[in-house]
Design a protein around this ligand. Structure first.
Ligand code: SAM
Length: 243
């Protein structure tokens, strides 16, 4: 997978990718990343890339030409061009998966200031938001996309790790514990110490459903549950109704 991140603040991107799993993915050539400084594409003096908006109003607006020229410098027929924007479709694990499987070059454009000249949208394939709040720039959203796509690419992390994570089968992950066995009187569930793999798996399946029911009931998709989980779901609903 190749990413091209177009930004006015390349150091924000450089800082994040120089650590941990993303750093390893780059070193092992599982991903390729080019960081494009939008200022390199302005033809105006003093590296100017933004201007006041027509009609008056607050804040500076990124101009079309440097952004479009930067996109065109990296775009090929296999690229998808993503604009980070609070007005976009909300990013989630399913979109991350579809990007990981459908594309091999993702161009991510990071805004700043008051946003972009609206005419930039003609050069964009999809607008993506990371949630209903406004950030100062698109750098964090671009890194969120890069990170969530990269960790599900083959060979980046252990497949088992992400196949059992939250949002797989529309369920949250099961609770996990590590040493010590007893922390201030709070003990690790006995089943996890039993060495009985089938019982551990059963407990984890149940816990996934219980966590999702309690924290994110909106996620549950009954068509993806096994028989035991469906029975448990009925019981959870009944006991909630009883209260
Ligand atoms: C201050 S914001 C501009 C917000 C714009 N005036 C609006 O209200 O829609 C500057 C830039 O940060 C990025 N950004 C801010 N919030 C975002 C979010 N929730 N998701 C994705 N990108 C975001 C976008 O690139 C945006 O152009």
């Amino acid at each position: 997978m190749k990413y091209s991140i177009l930004t006015l603040f390349p150091n924000i991107i450089k800082s994040y990718i120089s650590e941990s799993i993303i750093k390893k993915a780059l070193e092992r050539e599982k991903i390729e990343l080019e960081i494009i400084d939008i200022r390199d594409f302005t033809k105006l003096p003093h590296n100017q890339v933004d201007e006041y908006q027509f009609g008056g109003g607050r804040g500076m607006v990124l101009m079309c030409d440097p952004v479009v020229s930067a996109i065109e410098s990296v775009k090929t027929e296999n690229s998808i061009v993503v604009l980070t924007s609070p007005q976009g479709k909300t990013w989630n694990q399913n979109i991350a998966k579809s990007f990981a499987t459908q594309y091999n070059h993702i161009i991510i454009v990071c805004g700043h200031y008051e946003g972009f000249d609206e005419r930039i949208l003609k050069y964009i394939d999809v607008e993506i938001s990371i949630g209903d709040y406004v950030l100062t720039g698109g750098e964090l959203p671009s890194l969120i996309m890069l990170d969530s796509i990269t960790r599900i690419l083959p060979g980046v992390i252990n497949t088992e790790s992400h196949e059992q994570e939250s949002f797989e089968n529309n369920l949250l992950d099961y609770p996990v514990y590590t040493k010590p066995h007893d922390y201030r009187g709070d003990k690790v569930p006995e089943v996890l110490l039993s060495g009985h793999h089938a019982n551990i798996q059963k407990w984890r399946d149940e816990q996934q459903l219980i966590s999702t029911f309690n924290k994110r009931p909106d996620l549950i998709d009954e068509s993806k549950l096994n028989k035991i989980q469906i029975q448990l779901l009925e019981n959870l609903r009944k006991s909630k109704g009883d209260k």
